[in-house]
Design a protein around this ligand. Structure first.
Ligand SMILES: [Zn+2]
Length: 342
């Protein structure tokens, strides 16, 4: 067990609850005034989790965010509750790009979670116009994530949006035609990621190579028209349907627009292997659909079987695993990463 884990987690939880953390204040530089330390003792102690960086990771998959819960809609209320639950149970968002790069930069004892949103519906990112000014709807996913981050600065607002640049409304780039390009730029400015989900949710399963290339390259071209030079790193397969030739989905070029997908996300499959595990296969990354039943199942699973859960050691340059799990590691590890077995 890494020394000091319990104390740090308690103090962070306390500081967040007391509103002492300013936005942008690095966690590692946190120091609390003596008055706050007494209050911190009163807050519940999170369980101490020994580092296990070969454990599995939740990549959550959201579709619509709206007023009423249904199969493909997470209600605004439930989405807020999901963030609180993840926070309380020691999960913190990391970007998919960082995960692919093997960079999990979280304090010791915390677990990464990746948030993904498919199909660019309005409830994910809506603008409200008031007195000629454009604001982010606080009840859209982006607004909710930003608000939650303001209230809990150690819970980063990070997510990947798998957008449809040429779908029928309301799914075309979040359903507000006047703001399509501005929203894509805004997402990137806010530190979110944009992923490929084809032009209009095309089923790549039975498609020929030319159709697949057209769908994937055209989506990238439209995203890059809005955000010049933006690197679209990942693809979420519509319907989870893999093309017969995987190479066509990972790399291609049409009329000067190149796409290069480092990861391909499925629509289901459970928790994903750690990027440091031998089982990690970026071209077949499983996800967990963020329904109440699936969240209960997987958060319950990690609560009952903590040895299966990715837990950070607090040091992005090292990979720390319990001795019995070391056999699950991939070999070699990414360059420059130090291995620690405990
Ligand atoms: Zn979709």
């Amino acid at each position: 067990m890494a020394p000091g884990v319990t104390r740090r987690v308690v103090l962070l939880a306390a500081a967040a609850g007391l509103g002492l953390l300013g936005a942008g204040l690095a966690v590692s530089r946190l120091s609390l005034p003596p008055a706050a330390t007494a209050a911190a003792q009163l807050l519940p102690v999170l369980p101490t989790r020994p580092p296990n960086e070969v454990g599995r990771i939740l990549i959550l998959e959201y579709h619509r965010i709206g007023s009423a819960e249904d199969r493909w809609t997470r209600s605004v209320e439930n989405f807020r509750a999901d963030l609180h639950r993840l926070y309380d149970e020691g999960y913190r968002p990391v970007s998919l790009g960082d995960l692919l790069d093997g960079r999990v930069d979280l304090p010791a004892g915390l677990s990464p979670v990746v948030l993904t949103f498919d199909d660019s519906s309005p409830g994910q990112f809506r603008y409200l116009e008031r007195d000629g000014e454009v604001q982010i709807d606080p009840d859209s996913a982006v607004g909710i994530l930003l608000d939650f981050h303001r209230a809990h600065p150690d819970f980063a607002a990070k997510a990947t949006f798998y957008v449809l640049p040429a779908a029928a409304q309301p799914h075309r780039l979040f359903g507000q035609p006047a703001h399509e390009h501005r929203k894509l730029r805004h997402l990137v400015e806010l530190g979110f990621e944009i992923g490929n989900h084809t032009l209009w949710h095309a089923n790549l399963g039975g498609a020929d190579a030319a159709t697949i290339r057209h769908q994937l390259a055209s989506a990238v071209r439209i995203i890059q028209e809005a955000v010049p030079g933006y690197r679209v790193r990942t693809l979420a397969l519509p319907f989870g349907a893999y093309p017969a030739d995987l190479a066509v989905a990972t790399l291609g070029e049409v009329n000067g627009t190149t796409y290069r997908h480092e990861a391909i996300l499925m629509v289901a499959g459970g928790a994903a292997p750690s990027p440091f595990a031998a089982a990690f296969d970026p071209l077949h990354l499983p996800r967990v659909q963020a329904t109440s039943a699936e969240l209960d199942h997987w958060l319950g699973h990690f609560a009952r079987r903590p040895e299966d859960r990715f837990v950070s050691d607090g040091d992005p340059a090292a990979v720390t695993v319990p001795q019995p799990r070391a056999r699950l590691l991939r070999s070699p590890l990414p360059q420059g990463i130090v291995l620690r077995v405990h």
